[in-house]
Ligand binder design. Structure first.
Ligand code: SF4
Length: 442
C-alpha cells in the first residue's frame, strides 16, 4: 500500500486468526492458507490451481480497499465463488465491506457460528447467524454482540511461510495469546474495546497444547498487558518450568505492571523474557492523564530503570500529539534519551472512528473515514495546531533519525540479534524515513 507506514516494516507475524479457523474447519473441509504477505503468486492463479468454493480474507482498517479488490478478483476468476471478509476491521466497521463482491462479513468468529455457517452454505439456506452479516440478508445483523473465540491455532497450516515470520530482531518468531482483555482502558486504545475490559486467562489445556506445537525459538505474546496479575504471572512461570520450555519471549507490559510486578521480572528474565513492548506514549503528564494512562512521566523513568536492572530490553512506543510544536518534539527527544529504550517507534496520534477522541478531533481530520489506506498509525491524521503539516512531518522525521542514529544502541543490538536481523529492522526505519519525506512533499 503506497506510503503507508505500518509496523509490518518492523514485524511480520503469522495470521493467528486464520490458523484458528483452519484448525476448526480442517476435519470436515479441505482448507489452505494463502499468505499474500509472502506469496508472489496472484490470488487469481491460486484460485485456478486450488478451485476453492469459498475464499475468506482477514483485514485491518488499511486493508479495506485491497480486500475489496481481492474479492472482486475472486469473483471474476470464478463467479460461483463465495467471498468472506473478517478480521479487526470487520468487527469495528463491518459497513466498510458492504459491497457486491463480499457475500458474508464475519464480525467475530466462534466454533458455533462457523459450524452454523458452513451447514447453511451446504444446504443453500442463508439465515441470520450471530456474528455474521450476509449480503443475501442485506447485511443485517442478529444484533448479538460477541467476541472472537480463542481456538487452538493449527501452526502446521502456515508451515511453508513460518521462516518468514519475525518480530523486530527475532526471526523466525511465533505469536500467541495467553490471556485476553485489558483493565487499563486507555482512551486511545482499540484493543480493550475489542477484547473487553476484563483480563482473563485463555483455557490452560489449550495453551499447553499450543505451546507444545510451536517450533520457533521465539514467541511473541500479543496479550495487551502481560504484567497484569499475580495469577497470570505465576501460571505462566510454572507452565514454562513444567513444560521445560527453552525459548525467547517478548511481551507487552504496561508501566504500571512493571512497577507493581517487579518481583517477577528476575525470574521472567531467567526463563527467557527478552524484551517488553512498553507504551510510554509521551513525556507530558497532562497528556498521559487525558489518555487515561495509569502512569506518569516519572513512572515511565522508574519502569525504564527497573527493566535495565533485570537486563530486559525495552521496545518503546510514543504518540505524537497534534498540538505539539517544535519545543515538544525536542522535549520528546530529550525524554527518549533519558529512557534509553533499545528500540523506539513514534506514531502520530490516530483517532480511530470507534474512539471517543474521534468526535473531539473530527473537525481537524485531514482524511475521511473512508480513506482507509491512510489509517496506518504512520500518517498524520489530525491537522497540527501549532506548526504546519510540513514542519510536523519534518519533526517526526528528525526525531526518527535522531532515535535511530543516536539512541538505539546499534552495536549492542547487532551483537544481540545478528547483523542480518538488525539490517532488516534498519531497512524498516529507512523505509519509514523515506515515506515521511514523501509525505512532507505531498
Ligand atoms: S494498557 Fe495497552 S492494551 Fe491496555 S488499554 Fe492501555 S494501551 Fe490498551
Amino acid at each position: 500500500i503506497k506510503q503507508a507506514i505500518t509496523l509490518s516494516d518492523f514485524m511480520f507475524s503469522e495470521p493467528l486468526g486464520l490458523e484458528m479457523i483452519y484448525g476448526a474447519l480442517k476435519e470436515d473441509h479441505e482448507v489452505q492458507i494463502f499468505d499474500m504477505m509472502v506469496e508472489t503468486k496472484s490470488l487469481r492463479a491460486k484460485i485456478k490451481e486450488f478451485s476453492p468454493h469459498l475464499v475468506g480474507m482477514t483485514s485491518l482498517c488499511i486493508d479495506v480497499v485491497k480486500v475489496l479488490d481481492l474479492c472482486r478478483e475472486a469473483k471474476e476468476t470464478d463467479p460461483g465463488i463465495i467471498t468472506l471478509a473478517g478480521g479487526t476491521q470487520a468487527y469495528l466497521n463491518p459497513e466498510a465491506f458492504y459491497d457486491e463482491s463480499v457475500d458474508h462479513i464475519f464480525e467475530y468468529t466462534t466454533k458455533d457460528n462457523l459450524k452454523d455457517f458452513f451447514a447453511s452454505i451446504n444446504k443453500g439456506d442463508i439465515h441470520p447467524i450471530d456474528g455474521i452479516r450476509s449480503r443475501a440478508l442485506a447485511y443485517k445483523s442478529t444484533g448479538l454482540r460477541g467476541r472472537n473465540e480463542y481456538m487452538l491455532p493449527d501452526r502446521g497450516s502456515t508451515e511453508k511461510y513460518r521462516e518468514e515470520y519475525s518480530y523486530f530482531g527475532y526471526k523466525p518468531a511465533a505469536i500467541m495469546e495467553f490471556g485476553t482483555g485489558c483493565q487499563k482502558v486507555c482512551d486511545f486504545c482499540l484493543r480493550w474495546r475489542i477484547e473487553g475490559a476484563e483480563e482473563k486467562l485463555i483455557n490452560l489445556d489449550l495453551t499447553k497444547n499450543d505451546l507444545r506445537n510451536i517450533k520457533e525459538p521465539t514467541i511473541m505474546f500479543i496479550d495487551n498487558d502481560f504484567l497484569c496479575s499475580d495469577e497470570k504471572l505465576n501460571t505462566f512461570i510454572n507452565l514454562v518450568k513444567d513444560l521445560n520450555l527453552k525459548k525467547n519471549y517478548i511481551m507487552y507490559g504496561s508501566v504500571k505492571g512493571i512497577i507493581e510486578y517487579e518481583k517477577y521480572l528476575k525470574v521472567l528474565h531467567e526463563i527467557g523474557l527478552k524484551a517488553l513492548l512498553v507504551g510510554y506514549e509521551t513525556f507530558n503528564d497532562d497528556e498521559l492523564s487525558k489518555y487515561h494512562k495509569s502512569s506518569s512521566a516519572d513512572d515511565n523513568i522508574k519502569a525504564a530503570v527497573i527493566l535495565r536492572k533485570y537486563g530486559i530490553d525495552v521496545w518503546a512506543s510514543f504518540m505524537a500529539h497534534p498540538d505539539w510544536d517544535k519545543k515538544d518534539f525536542k522535549s520528546l527527544r530529550r525524554y527518549i534519551k533519558k529512557l534509553k529504550p533499545q528500540i523506539t517507534t513514534i506514531s502520530p496520534l490516530t483517532p480511530f472512528p470507534n474512539l471517543p477522541m474521534y468526535r473531539t478531533l473530527e473537525d481537524r481530520l485531514l482524511y475521511s473515514m473512508e480513506d482507509y489506506e491512510k489509517w496506518s498509525f504512520g500518517q498524520v491524521m489530525i491537522k497540527p495546531s501549532k506548526i504546519s503539516l510540513r514542519e510536523y512531518y519534518g519533526e517526526l522525521l528528525k526525531t526518527n533519525l535522531y532515535v535511530n542514529i543516536f539512541i538505539n544502541k546499534n552495536t549492542e543490538m547487532i551483537k544481540k540479534y545478528g547483523l542480518k536481523n538488525i539490517y532488516r529492522v534498519l531497512k524498516g526505519s529507512i523505509k519509514a524515513v523515506k515515506k515521511y519525506k514523501a509525505l512532507m512533499n505531498e
